[in-house]
Write a protein that binds this ligand. Structure first.
Ligand SMILES: [Zn+2]
Length: 250
């Protein structure tokens, strides 16, 4: 079992205010050996690249959060993409990218999100990097765009509300990631029971608040244990499979 490990496929370590050494130590104690830190703004990209350079456990994903994309002009977007192309070899994935139609309702904003999202898909294909996706109120649209652009290596963050869309994602050989919500939400638990372990990853979205506490990557062990219980297997088997999936995807 020594070489098998758990990992956090979606966090924001650049936003953590606590001591990062301590957070990594706690994660390691719980066998969470790799932590993918997703970028949201231009500044956040720089910070995550520095963090991944400093800590071997942290892997950075480069990208722009869909709601931040709306604020940028063409010049700034071009500048950002030049930076991404230059630094992509230092990143493990592209994220957090995608669509958010909950907080962005007007059509021109949504079109802009789609345009940038497609640019990221192209970059991912060219560089063979997985995409870590946000899809709030746009789950159907996300699947359509991914299919249309023949996207490869897709990880859908929090894509756990619709059994039907989850099944579609797995059918396309996309991965979904589930976070701490699976610890207590019975509908989500039911959806996970019906989903294939071969397409399931774990995330914390750290440093998000859950149950009034800030969640850190060590929480992955609880999530994995809960999923083991739901799927009537054990943590060792889950850990073994997660290791295989990490090596396959990244
Ligand atoms: Zn996130």
């Amino acid at each position: 079992m020594k070489n098998n490990f758990l990992f956090d496929v979606h966090s924001h370590i650049d936003l953590v205010e606590e001591d990062i050494n301590k957070i990594i130590l706690q994660a390691t104690k719980n066998n969470v050996q790799k932590i993918i830190s997703c970028s949201t703004t231009f500044e956040s990209n720089k910070k995550n690249l520095l963090l991944s350079n400093k800590y071997p456990q942290i892997k950075s994903a480069i990208g722009l959060y869909p709601l931040n994309v709306i604020e940028l002009n063409d010049n700034e977007i071009e500048q950002a993409f030049n930076f991404f192309k230059k630094n992509i070899s230092k990143a493990i994935a592209i994220g957090e990218i995608g669509l958010d139609f909950k907080y962005s309702k007007n059509q021109s904003e949504q079109e802009k999100q789609i345009e940038i999202f497609e640019k990221f898909i192209e970059l991912g294909k060219k560089e063979n990097k997985p995409l870590i996706l946000h899809s709030r109120y746009a789950q159907r649209e996300i699947l359509n765009i991914l299919e249309k652009n023949n996207a490869k290596k897709v990880i859908l963050h929090g894509f756990i509300e619709s059994k039907k869309l989850m099944a579609k994602a797995a059918e396309n050989d996309y991965y979904i990631s589930v976070g701490p919500i699976v610890l207590e939400n019975e509908i989500i638990q039911e959806n996970i029971i019906n989903f294939s372990l071969e397409h399931l990853l774990f995330e914390t979205d750290s440093p998000i608040r859950f149950d009034n506490n800030i969640v850190f990557p060590e929480k992955i062990k609880n999530i994995a244990s809960k999923v083991a219980e739901l799927k009537k297997t054990n943590l060792n088997e889950i850990t073994k499979l997660q290791t295989i999936l990490f090596n396959k995807i990244f």
